[in-house]
Design a protein around this ligand. Structure first.
Ligand SMILES: C[S@@+](CC[C@H](N)C(=O)[O-])C[C@H]1O[C@@H](n2cnc3c(N)ncnc32)[C@H](O)[C@@H]1O
Length: 494
């Protein structure tokens, strides 16, 4: 061997050593950061936690930023063009028995991809059939090499959505994956809150979704830290495969894919979390559930929720879910949402001298542990539970004693005229006026809230969400004013 090639080899060896040293150093730094995330996200969430949650978020965000800086240079996935992968996807679906005659995948402004009708579909007619074999499910995960980890991990045993996210990551990294054509048409990133900047989180205020979003982010950061530790400490071949691909960025992608696309299907009498290809290309509109799993034919079936004409976008109904839920878990807001509601945080203060008796009445009605009540969009904004709470909250000692003497004071949880009569206009006037004041103050706080100027998809969604919440408040204020004005004149003082 010549001197030149010897020195080449030794310099290669040296650079290999350097590289190893660098990787080890990076691992060490990551382990320290991940431990900090785990500790921060495990802090007991006391009742005054809300006050601290923002400070907490700042700390967690700073750590995650350091983590992604260390992780990402090596593992940034190459940009991919979804459109370019559609043909292969369609071929794979056809070859595996999916039926979708008269339907094509197309881009729609404001929706990314969706399904387009190429022929007439009458309401109730069959649009798609998707055989179980192309579905990527928690069952597929349990039958894969991931099973060795699932059986020893308590979190995975109880959380099929996380199992599915880890399985998706493994399959994404497997060039031979049966689901490769499916995985290749998935979005590269999402508009879920896992992709929000700190400024965007802050702009959510005063929406109650602000707290839920921080909570969700903390929970995913905690999961990431938990699995990072497991993946780098347990001696399982499948975890070795995950070591290089399990980054925060990849985990939030996998979790967001699950959040925005998962479905539940009944396989052999058990509920299974699944990705259903093509079906999950349908965007949401108001309607009814028209998708089902046909056990006999072992396939998912999707029927038209209304008439669709050629060139129309084909929508499905994602279920009766408020915008807060769609925003948090699906990364969009549906302004015409007939199932929208606003969550109000209400409780009896620890300094209230009538706290005990109020709590005991709430307990009788099964409302003792309830900390949030819904205000609905539409004609009847006050739920029965909210009405019961505001009635009890506004009672005096004498009224509380009287209502406590009844076995089950069910009239309190009803807005029927006979119940309203039993409760009396005095209590209801105080109750409705209290709620009206709450709504007025809340709606003022929305007007004062700050908004960013840059119009990103995240900001568009935040703005829409807050507009929908203000609409619910305005509807409720109108309803409450009307209701108060129709109450019988005040009872004469005794
Ligand atoms: C099951 S996927 C539907 C296909 C998706 N558009 C795509 O490009 O892959 C659900 C996602 O589609 C988008 N989406 C669905 N319905 C929507 C709607 N009514 N308005 C805006 N975006 C919607 C949201 O990003 C949501 O997370």
């Amino acid at each position: 061997m010549g001197r030149k090639s010897q020195s080449k080899q030794s310099s290669k060896k040296n650079s290999g050593k350097e590289n190893n040293k660098f990787i080890q150093q990076r691992r060490k730094e990551l382990t320290i950061l991940v431990d900090k995330v785990l500790r921060l996200t495990s802090i007991f969430q006391a009742s005054n936690y809300v006050l601290k949650s923002w400070e907490h978020q700042l700390e967690i965000n700073a750590l995650i930023k350091e983590i992604t800086n260390l992780e990402c240079p090596q593992h940034k996935s190459a940009q991919h063009n979804r459109q370019a992968n559609i043909d292969k996807y369609i071929k794979w679906l056809s070859e595996n028995g999916a039926q979708f005659d008269g339907v094509e995948i197309s881009e729609f402004e404001g929706y990314e991809l969706g399904l387009k009708a190429k022929k007439d579909f009458k309401e109730g007619s069959l649009i798609l059939t998707i055989p179980a074999k192309v579905m990527l499910t928690e069952k597929s995960a349990k039958e894969s090499e991931l099973a060795t980890f699932i059986t020893v991990d308590p979190l995975l045993q109880n959380m099929p959505n996380i199992t599915l996210a880890l399985f998706l990551l493994l399959e994404k990294n497997n060039p031979e994956s049966f689901w490769k054509p499916y995985i290749d048409i998935l979005p590269e990133k999402y508009s879920t809150i896992l992709y929000f900047t700190l400024e965007e989180f802050a702009e959510l205020k005063p929406s109650p979704v602000f707290e839920s979003a921080l909570k969700l982010y903390r929970s995913i950061a905690r999961q990431y830290a938990y699995f990072y530790n497991k993946i780098h400490s347990l001696d399982l071949p499948v975890l070795k495969k995950l070591q290089d691909i399990f980054t925060f960025d990849n985990y939030r992608w996998a979790v967001s894919t699950v959040m925005t696309r998962q479905n539940n299907i009944q396989l052999a009498d058990t509920d299974v979390t699944a990705f259903i290809p093509l079906w999950d290309m349908c965007n949401h509109e108001h309607g009814k559930i028209t998708t089902d799993f046909n056990k006999e034919l072992d396939q998912g079936e999707c029927f038209a929720l209304r008439d669709f004409k050629p060139e129309d976008q084909i929508f499905i109904f994602y279920g009766a879910r408020p915008n807060a839920d769609l925003f948090l878990h699906n990364g969009f807001v549906y302004p015409q949402n007939k199932h929208d509601s606003l969550s109000l945080s209400l409780g009896v203060s620890s300094s209230d001298p009538l706290r005990e008796i109020k709590l005991s009445l709430l307990t009788k009605l099964g409302l003792a542990g309830v900390t949030h009540y819904s205000l609905y969009q539409g004609e009847l904004p006050v739920s029965a539970e909210l009405l019961a709470f505001i009635r009890i909250f506004n009672m005096n000692q004498e009224e509380l004693t009287k209502w406590s003497e009844q076995g089950l004071p069910s009239d309190l949880v009803s807005s029927e005229p006979s119940s309203a009569e039993a409760v009396g206009a005095d209590i209801d006037r105080r109750a409705y006026t209290y709620l009206l004041t709450r709504c007025v103050l809340l709606s003022i706080s929305y007007k004062k809230s700050e908004e960013g100027t840059e119009e990103t998809l995240h900001r568009k969604n935040i703005k829409l969400l807050k507009q929908c919440e203000v609409q619910i408040l305005e509807g409720a204020m109108k309803y409450l004013e009307d209701t108060i004005s129709k109450l019988p004149a005040a009872d004469k003082p005794k």
